[in-house]
Every structure is written in C-alpha cells, then in structure tokens.
Design a binder for this molecule. Structure first.
Ligand code: EZ4
Ligand code: CO
Length: 402
C-alpha cells in the first residue's frame, strides 16, 4: 500500500488549522492535525519541504517504522514543530490503516475500555458572578466536569477567558495581546471562587482549574493547599514544567491532584513527573506529542505509576486531533478525562466528523478510521490569518509566563 501523494492544507475557519492528507495507491486517504498555535507555518513548512518528499513510495502500513524513520532520521530530535509534524503523519497513517480494515480506529487500539469518554467543559467570566453564571450554563448542558476560570479583581485582563458563551479562543490576530498578572491578587481570589462554586453547585460535579504555568512551586503548593476543601478533580499547570523536580515541592505541600503536559512533545518531558508520581494526570496530546504511536507509549508508562490521561483539547487542536484523541481515550486503560471545547460552526463544516457529545460524555463514532474528514474546497475559502497567543506582564511590566 504505497503512499503516492501527501499535501498540507492550511485554513482559518475562525482560527488557523494545519492538516496533512496522505493518499495511497489504492485511493485510500488519511488526515492528521498538525496545528501549532501561533507557529502554524513552521510546521507546514517542515511537512511540505522536508517530510512529504520522504513519504512518497513508503508503505503506509508501516506506521511504527515511519515514525522511527522521521524521528531518528531527522537527527534533530524532539521539539514542538518536529513532533507536531510527525504526529500529523502518524494520525493520517492510523486513519488509513483503520479505513483499510473498515474499522473505527479504537478497534485497532485494543477495542473500547469504556462506554464513552468523560469530558470537561470551560466556564469563565470576567468576574466571579459571570463565572458562576457560565458554570451554571455548562451544568444545564449536561457537563459532569467543568473547568472554572475568572477575571481577577485588581487585574485589567486575564488569560483563558472566553469571549462568547461557548467558543473559546486564546489567540488573537496580528500581534500577541498583553494580559496583566499579579500572583498575590490571584492567590487571594481563587479559593474564594471555588468556595462560591461549591456553595452554589454542590459536591457532585467535578471542578477543575488551570493556573497556566504562572506560579512558582511553593506558590502552587499554597494554592493547592488552599483549594483542598473544594476537592478539585485537578489543578492544571501550576508551574512551568521544564523543571520537572519543581513538582516535588508542590507534592510536599498538597493533596490537590495535579495535571500537566499540554505543552509537552515527548515522553522525555514527563518521565520524571510520572516515575516519581509527582502528577496525577498527564495532558500530553495526539497532535503535539508525536501522534497516537508516541502518546500510547506515554500512557503505558503512566499506567505503571497510576497516572491517568487528561488530553489537551482546546479549540486550537483541530477536529482531526479531537477525533484521534477520542479513539485513544476510549481504548486506553488509564484514561482519566478529556478536555472539550466545541469548535465554531465554520470549523465543524470544514471538518465533517463522526464524534458526538451527549450528557457530559463523548464518543468517537463508528465510522472507519478516525472518523474525521476535511472538505478541501470549503477550507480554501478560509485563508490563513496570522495570530498569536497572548503574553502576560506583571504590574510593573516584567514579562511573566502566560
Ligand atoms: O492555553 O490551547 O487547558 N487549556 C489551555 C488552552 C491553551 C491553548 C494554547 O494554544 O490551557 O487554553
Ligand atoms: Co491548560
């Protein structure tokens, strides 16, 4: 089953997506997401200029071998650009293989381990009252787990807040927007927010929170301790994880479960975190971590240490990534939860898909392959638009992370 063609499709149906489509000699094709928010064209070039020419003539069935060929063959290992490009090839090949067997991908991954995939939605508001209202909206839609983010008194703007009722898009056109940050203001406010949420919505619903890498380890220990009474499902990205040892300090101070890894690109980024049981959920995802092939290895390592998966699933991950992630989630034994933010209606039209949401759970559907396609003609009507994630500055102007 020789690969005869491969092409990169860049489109912006509300936000930018990079998609790889691989075609075989029998006319079967597969798609894979290659979107890297704010650096999209670097991955597109990596694929078009350096990967596509190598793929032509390869046997599409040799998924593991092609993965190793691209990873080891590049000489320059790891990094988000490389690993997103490899992920796109990997997912397109899994899509092709599953289609060739007329089976949904999860059947090739060992079959389903559960009925459906628990997802969490995103409540947010510019102040506490609006966040409570948004949380109630997600409860009414049937969500069983909800992340809460809020504007913070004393700060003019905060990362991670949605501009509409449902769609959430952190990147903005042309140049990075600037947000304000003060750890002191944040640390005073967050426990109050969860006290109010638990008071209004009770103990049954799962609550999550994302600190977006903005705390030092000891500050994160304090936040985790202050949030213990509110029993979060997780506190996400408490501190930047380049320093994996930093999480030891957090663990010494709190039993609030910790999730990290949406910016990771290989198993090497999380091996200390997992082996030392410094985290509870690993957020590495299909598109930024080398595809299904590599993510399964991370999940298998995590299983040994009772760490569960919690894949990143923001809107900058395309429906092709969401489809692949749901097959992974349904099949992998140590699944925990999947992030879900619905895409815009234009995005859903450009990427017809078999997956669905019902009552707080998702299912990848039973269409052969990953169950996600791309309408190339429609995609061509939405050309690329430069956009960047925001930066964060402290009140005195110093750059802060996110
Ligand atoms: O900042 O997807 O948990 N979700 C997040 C997201 C990420 C964006 C980055 O592109 O933190 O909002
Ligand atoms: Co996050």
């Amino acid at each position: 089953m020789k690969i005869v063609d491969a092409k990169v499709i860049i489109c912006c149906p509300g936000r930018n997506f990079v998609t790889l489509k691989i075609v075989t000699e029998d006319g079967l094709y597969g798609v894979g997401d290659a979107t890297l928010n704010g650096r999209e064209l670097a991955v597109a070039s990596y694929l078009t200029d350096h990967v596509v020419p190598l793929l032509i003539g390869h046997d599409a069935r040799r998924i593991e071998d092609i993965w190793q060929y691209l990873y080891k063959g590049a000489y320059w290992r790891r990094g988000p650009v490389t690993m997103s490009a490899i992920a796109a090839v990997d997912v397109a090949l899994w899509d092709i293989k599953a289609k060739s067997m007329n089976a949904p991908l999860y059947q090739l991954l060992g079959g389903r381990s559960r009925e459906a995939v628990l997802v969490y939605g995103h409540a947010s508001g510019t102040d506490l009252e609006k966040t409570l209202g948004s949380f109630g909206h997600f409860v009414s839609l049937g969500y069983k787990a909800i992340r809460a983010q809020s504007g913070i008194p004393g700060l003019s703007s905060t990362y991670g807040l949605s501009h509409g009722a449902m769609a959430y898009e952190p990147a903005e056109k042309d140049a990075p927007p600037e947000n304000q940050w003060s750890t002191e203001h944040y640390m005073r406010f967050v426990p109050q927010m969860f006290a109010a949420l638990r008071k209004e919505f009770g103990t049954e619903i799962h609550m999550l929170h994302d600190a977006h890498h903005r705390l030092t380890p000891i500050e994160a220990g304090r936040v985790g301790k202050d949030l213990e009474p509110y029993r979060l499902l997780w506190l996400e990205d408490p501190t930047p994880a380049e320093l994996q040892e930093g999480f030891r300090l957090i663990r010494q101070h709190t039993t609030t479960p910790i999730a990290v890894g949406e910016v990771f690109d290989t198993i090497f980024d999380c091996q200390t975190l997992i082996r030392e049981q410094l985290i509870d959920y690993i957020r590495a995802t299909v598109v930024h971590t080398g595809g299904i092939t590599h993510l399964r290895k991370i999940a298998n390592l995590a299983e040994l240490y009772q760490v569960r998966t919690g894949c990143h699933g923001a809107t900058d991950l395309s429906p092709a990534c969401m489809g692949a992630a749901l097959h992974f989630d349904l099949s992998v034994h140590n699944f925990g939860i999947q992030e879900y933010m619905p895409h815009t209606e234009e995005t859903d039209r450009v990427f017809p898909h078999a997956y669905s949401f019902q009552d707080g759970f998702m299912h990848p559907g039973d269409a052969p392959g990953i169950g996600v396609d791309i309408d190339e003609k429609l995609a061509a009507q939405f050309p690329y638009q430069r956009a960047y994630l925001p930066v964060n500055r402290k009140l005195d102007g110093t750059m802060h992370s996110w």
